[in-house]
Design a binder for this molecule. Sequence first.
Ligand SMILES: Cc1cc2nc3c(=O)[nH]c(=O)nc-3n(C[C@H](O)[C@H](O)[C@H](O)COP(=O)(O)OP(=O)(O)OC[C@H]3O[C@@H](n4cnc5c(N)ncnc54)[C@H](O)[C@@H]3O)c2cc1C
Length: 389
Amino acid sequence: MYNLSATSGNTGFGSRVFRYEVTGLRQTSESDQTDYDIRRSGSTFFNVPYSRMNQFMQQISRWGGKIVSIYPLGIDTPPPPAATSAPAVEPQKKAKADIPVNIYRPNKPYMGKVISNEELVREGGEGTVKHIIFDLSEGELRYLEGQSIGIIPAGTDAKGKPHKLRLYSIASTRHGDFVDDKTVSLCVRQLEYKDPESGDKVYGVCSSYLNKVKPGDEVKITGPVGKEMLLPDDPEATIVMLGTGTGIAPFRAFLWRMFKEKHADYQFKGLAWLFFGVAYTPNILYKQELEELQEKFPENFRLTYAISREQKTAEGGKMYIQCRIAEHADELWQLLQKKNTHVYMCGLKGMEPGIDQAMTEAAAKNGADWTEFLKGTLKKESRWHVETY
Ligand SMILES: Cc1cc2nc3c(=O)[nH]c(=O)nc-3n(C[C@H](O)[C@H](O)[C@H](O)COP(=O)(O)OP(=O)(O)OC[C@H]3O[C@@H](n4cnc5c(N)ncnc54)[C@H](O)[C@@H]3O)c2cc1C
C-alpha cells in the first residue's frame, strides 16, 4: 500500500517521497476503485514513497499512463512546476477526491494477515481491549486518520448465513504502526453483557472473534469508510478530542500524525487537547504513549483524564468526561470561538447527552444558546465531528 496524494496533500517522509507527473491515464475497474481523480487528459500528480516506486510504475502502466517527470519531495526541494496541460485544481476539491473509500467491499474483502494482537487493559482494569495490527502489504487498501474499516467475522450466523461486517475506527496513521505504509491497527473491546431475560453472559460475535485472532490468521477486511472524522489540513488548528474507552482509536492516529511522524507539509504547531474518559486507571488505553507525548510536547498537547470509578468531582460525584468539560467550560468556550478549532467526539453513544449538557452550561455562562451555536456555527463550518456507536 502507498499513498497517492494530491499536489496539496500532506503525505510523505521528506526526500523519501517522490512526486510523479503522469499523463494519459485510463479509467479501469482498478483505477476506479482508488477513488482518485484520474484524469484522461492533462497531468495527474501522485506522491509515492521510494519503497513503492516499482509497484507504482507497474500500476501506471496497467492504467495506460505515461510518466512525464519525477521530482523528489522534501523540505529542501523546490515545488514541482505547475502542470501546463491541465487547469489548476482547487485544493479543497482535490483533497476531497483524495479520500479513499470502499477499496474493498464485502463481496470481495481484503484478506489481512494478523501481525500481532496485544491486550491493552492492565491488571486491575475492567474487560478486555486488544490492539491488533494487520498486514496490508499484499493489497491496495489505504486509508486516512479518522476513517474506519469493516471486519467480517469468520463463520455463519444462527440462520447459517455469513456474518455481517462490523465497523472499527482505525487506530494507526495512514503510514501504520511501523511507518512503512504496510499495516493498519485497531483497538477492539470485547463486547460482554448479561442477557436481560436469562441473566446469562453474552459475548459479542465480531469483537470476540477479533479478541482471539492470532498472528498469521487471515481476517476479512473491507473499506475504508468515513469522512466525518478527518483532520483538517491546517497545522495550526486547535483539535479538541473527547473520547471514552475505545473511542481513543482515531485520536491515537491523530496524535501520532501530529507528534510522532515527520511530514514535509504537515508540521503540527497548533493545540491538541484530549479529554479521555475511562473507568479505572488500568483502563487508560495507550497510557504510556499518551503521557510520553504530553511530556515531550507540553505546549502543544494537553491530556485530561476522567477516571469515573476513582476520581471524584468537587461535589463528590463520579468523574465522567462531561464533568471535566464542565471544569474547563470557559476555556473551551473561548477556543470554540476560533475558526480553526475543531471538536471530535468518539466512543459509546451514551457519552453524547452528558457532553451536550456540559456544553449547554458553558454556552449559557457566556450568554449563548448551545443548540443554536452548534447548528448555526460549529456544524455549518464542519468543525463538530461525532462518531459514536
Ligand atoms: C463507526 C464505528 C466505529 C467503531 N469503532 C469501534 C472501535 O474502534 N472499537 C470497538 O471495540 N468497537 C467499535 N465499534 C463497535 C463495533 O462495530 C461493534 O458494534 C462491536 O464490536 C460489537 O460487535 P459484536 O459483533 O462483538 O457484537 P454483536 O454480536 O453484534 O452484539 C451486539 C448486539 O448485542 C446487544 N447488546 C449489546 N450490549 C447489550 C446490553 N448491555 N444489553 C443487552 N443487549 C446488548 C445489542 O443488540 C447489540 O446490537 C464501532 C462502531 C462503529 C459504527
